[in-house]
Design a protein. Structure first.
Lengths: 569, 124
C-alpha cells in the first residue's frame, strides 16, 4: 500500500473543510454588505421621518414666535434623535435659532436640508446631518464577530474532522497492522510447519532441550524409536525420559556453555542385556534469546556390528594367513625332528643288522646298549620327543585346515572323523589358551559307525563343531563343583539327515538365553572372552550354507544339547 | 639291483636323515641342498632311478628342477616331498611326461612310507 494514496484519502476532508469555511466567509461578507445597505437605507428613511418631525416642531415653535425656546429644543432633539451629527436652524438673516453638533467628526455623514416658511416673509433653513458611520461600525463589529465565530466553528470542525480522520487513519493503520500480523502469523505457521516437517522427516532421534535439560521438541523419529509420544515427554527432563542417555547431561551443559557442538561417537546402552550402540551429536542453539540444544541420536548398532564382523573376519583371515605361512616354516624343523628321531630309534634297535655289525666293530654289544638306554629311560625320552613332534605336526595340520577358508565345493566328509579332529583341535586349544582344562572333560563318543558321508564344506562344519565343543567346555569350567564334566558327541543317521549332537553337563540355560542364543553379539561370556559371534556364524553356516537345521535343548542345572542336522543331498 | 635315490631339500637335517634311513633300507642315496646342486650331481652321474624333490627351494624351485632333470634323465621317477599344503603338480610338468607318482606332505612321521614308494618303482 503506497503513501500517496493514503494522503489523497486524507486530504479530501481537509479540502472540503477549507472550501466550506471560505464559502461561509464569502457568504457572510455578502450578506453583511447587503445588510449594511439595507440598514443605511432604513437609516436614511428614518432620517427623512426625523427631518419631517423636526421641521414640524421647529415650524410650530417659529409660528408661536417662541424663538428663545428653540435653542434648547434643537439641542435636546439633536441629542435624542439617533445618529444625529448636526442639527442647525438658521434664520434667513443668518440668525441661529439653535445648533447641535457632536464633537467627533462624522465618518459617514448624511445631510438633509429643509426650508421652513413660518410666517409671511419669515423664513428659516434647517440643516440636519446624520452620521451613519455607526452602522458601519456595528456591521464591522458583526462581521468580526461572525468571522471569529466562523473561525471557532472552523476550528471545532477541524478538530472534529482531524479526530475522525485521525481515528480513521488509526483504524486503517491498525487494519494494516492487523493484516500484516495475520500474514506474518500465516508465514510463521508455514515456517513452523516446514521446520517441524524437516525435524520429523529425519529418521534420527532429534530432541530439542532447554538449558535446564527439559524437552521442548521431540520428533517423529524419537516417537518411533522410543515409543513415547511428543505430548507425553514435552516439558519433562531429558534424563528422566531417556535414562540410558542421562550421562549426556554433562556434555550437554558444556556444549551449551561453550557453544561448541559435542559428539559422542559410540554411546553404549544395555537394554535387556544386549549392547546397543549410538552416535550422538549435541548442537547448542545459537540464538541469543533462548539457550538450549538439539540432540541427535542415531542407532548405529548394525553398523558397529558390521564393523565388528569385518574386524573378526579380517582377524580370522590374518590368522589364517599367518597359520599357512607359519605351518610351512614349522613343518621343516618338525620334519627334521621327526625323521631324525625315527633314525635314532631305528639305529639303536637290535633288529637292524647294520647296527649289530657296527657295534661289534666297536667292541660293544647292541643288547647292552639297549639295556642301558632302557634303564636310563633314554628310549622313553626319545619316544617322547617323537610323540611330541607328531602332536605338534597334527596341531599345525589342524590349524591349517581350520584357517583354510576355502570356497571349495562341498565334498563328502565323514562326520565321525571330523568330530575326532575337532576334539583334537579343542584339546590343543587348551594348550594354547589355558582358559579351561580340557583334560578334565570326559569325551563320550556315541557315533553311528554306518553314518554315511555328508556333502559339506569341511572347514566350515569343523568351525561350527569346534565352537560348540569349546562353548561346552567353557560352560562346564564355570561349574567347578560339578562332579562329572562330560561332553557327549553323538551321530545318528536320521533318514535324509545326518544328525550331530553335542551334549554337555554344564549349567544349562534358561528360556530367555535359549531364545536369543543364535542372535549375533549375544554372549554370556565376560567381555573380551566371547565375541558373541560364534553361534550366530555357526547358525548361518548350518542353516544358510548347508540348508541344515540348528537347535538347542536345555534343562537348567542339567546341561544343554545342541542338535545339528545336515542333509545328505 | 639297488635303487639309486637323489634327495633334494634345502633343510640339511631332512636330507641327511632321509638319506640315512634310505641307506638303512638298502638303497643307494645321495643328497643335494639345492636344485642347482642336484643338477650338477646328475651331470656327473646320471644313473639315479628316483629323485625326492622339495618344491620351495632357494634359487631354482622344485618344479623347474624337475623339468630340467627330466630333460637330462627321462627315466628318472619323482617323489615330491613338500611343506606346501595345497601343492598340485603343474600342468606343464604333466605335459612334459613327468609323472609324480608319490606326493608326501611334510612332516613325514614315518619314512618307511617313502621307502615303500621307492620299492614300488622297483617292482614296476
Amino acid at each position: 500500500m503506497s503513501g500517496a494514496t493514503t494522503e489523497s484519502h486524507l486530504r479530501s476532508p481537509w479540502f472540503g473543510l477549507v472550501v466550506l469555511m471560505l464559502a461561509l466567509l464569502a457568504a457572510t461578507f455578502i450578506i453583511l454588505d447587503q445588510q449594511r445597505e439595507r440598514s443605511l437605507q432604513i437609516a436614511k428613511d428614518n432620517a427623512q421621518d426625523d427631518l419631517r418631525y423636526i421641521t414640524y416642531m421647529v415650524n410650530a415653535a417659529l409660528q408661536q414666535q417662541d424663538f428663545e425656546q428653540l435653542s434648547p429644543l434643537v439641542s435636546s432633539w439633536g441629542a435624542r434623535v439617533r445618529y444625529t451629527h448636526e442639527l442647525k436652524v438658521t434664520a434667513a438673516n443668518g440668525f441661529v435659532f439653535g445648533h447641535y453638533q457632536r464633537e467627533e467628526p462624522a465618518t459617514r455623514p448624511y445631510g438633509l436640508q429643509e426650508t421652513i416658511n413660518y410666517s409671511y416673509r419669515g423664513k428659516a433653513s434647517l440643516v440636519f446631518i446624520k452620521d451613519l458611520g455607526s452602522i458601519d461600525a456595528s456591521i464591522d463589529k458583526l462581521r468580526w464577530q461572525l468571522v471569529t465565530g466562523l473561525v471557532l466553528v472552523g476550528l471545532v470542525l477541524w478538530r472534529i474532522t482531524w479526530l475522525s480522520v485521525h481515528r480513521k487513519r488509526e483504524a486503517q493503520t491498525l487494519d494494516r497492522t492487523n493484516r500484516r500480523l495475520l500474514e506474518t502469523a500465516d508465514q510463521l505457521d508455514a515456517t513452523r510447519a516446514y521446520l517441524k516437517n524437516v525435524f520429523d522427516s529425519m529418521s534420527s532421534i532429534l530432541v530439542a532441550v532447554e538449558a535446564n535439560g527439559y524437552i521442548s521438541m521431540w520428533n517423529k523419529g524419537a516417537e518411533k524409536k522410543t515409543g513415547l509420544s511428543a505430548d507425553t515427554v514435552h516439558g519433562k527432563p531429558f534424563s528422566e525420559v531417556l535414562p540410558d542417555f542421562a550421562s549426556l547431561m554433562d556434555k550437554l551443559e558444556k556444549a551449551i556453555g561453550t557453544g561448541i557442538p559435542a559428539r559422542i561417537d559410540r554411546h553404549i546402552t544395555h537394554p535387556e542385556g544386549t549392547p546397543r550402540f549410538f552416535e550422538i551429536v549435541i548442537y547448542p542453539l545459537r540464538t541469543d534469546g533462548s539457550r538450549g540444544a538439539v540432540i541427535r541420536i542415531d542407532d548405529i548398532t548394525r553398523r558397529v556390528q558390521m564393523d565388528q564382523l569385518m574386524v573378526q573376519t579380517e582377524k580370522m583371515m590374518t590368522v589364517g594367513g599367518l597359520a599357512a605361512g607359519m605351518a610351512h616354516e614349522i613343518n621343516n624343523p618338525l620334519s627334521g625332528v621327526l625323521q631324525s628321531s625315527q633314525n635314532v630309534l631305528r639305529r639303536l634297535s637290535p633288529d637292524l643288522p647294520a647296527n649289530k655289525t657296527t657295534a661289534e666293530e666297536l667292541g660293544v654289544d647292541i643288547a647292552t646298549i639297549n639295556a642301558y638306554l632302557d634303564r636310563r629311560g633314554i628310549l622313553a625320552f626319545l619316544n617322547g620327543i617323537r610323540e611330541a613332534a607328531e602332536r605338534a605336526s597334527r596341531i599345525v595340520a589342524d590349524m591349517l585346515a581350520f584357517s583354510h577358508r576355502s570356497n571349495a565345493e562341498f565334498s563328502p566328509v565323514s562326520i565321525n572323523e571330523l568330530l575326532d579332529t575337532v576334539v583334537r583341535i579343542a584339546a590343543s586349544d587348551y594348550d594354547l589358551k589355558k582358559t579351561y582344562d580340557f583334560k578334565k572333560i570326559t569325551i563320550i563318543r556315541e557315533y553311528d559307525p554306518d553314518l554315511p558321508d555328508v556333502a559339506c564344506d569341511r572347514t566350515e562344519i569343523e568351525q561350527v563343531l569346534l565352537n560348540l565343543i569349546k562353548n561346552a567346555a567353557h560352560a562346564m569350567a564355570d561349574r567347578k563343583n560339578s562332579t562329572q564334566q562330560c561332553i557327549t558327541l553323538r551321530t545318528i543317521d536320521d533318514g535324509e539327515w545326518a544328525r550331530i549332537e553335542v551334549e554337555d553337563t554344564g549349567p544349562g540355560m534358561d528360556e530367555e538365553i535359549r531364545r536369543r542364543l543364535f542372535e549375533p553379539f549375544f554372549t554370556t561370556k565376560p567381555i573380551g572372552v566371547g565375541t558373541g559371534l560364534g553361534l550366530s556364524v555357526s547358525y548361518y553356516i548350518i542353516t544358510e550354507q548347508h540348508s541344515g537345521t540348528f537347535s538347542v535343548d536345555s534343562v537348567p542345572g542339567e546341561g544343554s544339547r545342541f542338535v545339528i542336522r545336515l542333509p545328505y543331498k | 639291483m639297488t635303487m639309486r635315490v637323489l634327495i633334494v631339500d634345502d633343510e640339511y637335517l631332512i636330507t641327511t636323515s632321509l638319506q640315512a634311513f634310505l641307506e638303512d633300507e638298502g638303497f643307494v642315496a645321495a643328497s643335494a641342498t639345492s636344485a642347482e646342486e642336484a643338477i650338477e650331481i646328475l651331470k656327473d652321474d646320471m644313473k639315479y632311478d628316483v629323485c625326492i624333490m622339495d618344491i620351495r627351494l632357494p634359487g631354482m624351485d622344485g618344479n623347474s628342477a624337475m623339468l630340467s632333470i627330466h630333460e637330462m634323465c627321462p627315466e628318472i621317477r619323482f617323489i615330491v616331498h613338500t611343506g606346501s599344503v595345497n601343492y598340485i603338480v603343474p600342468g606343464d610338468l604333466k605335459q612334459s611326461g613327468i609323472r609324480v607318482n608319490h606326493l608326501f606332505k611334510k612332516p613325514l612321521t614315518d619314512m618307511s612310507l617313502v621307502a615303500d614308494a621307492i620299492r614300488s618303482f622297483q617292482v614296476a
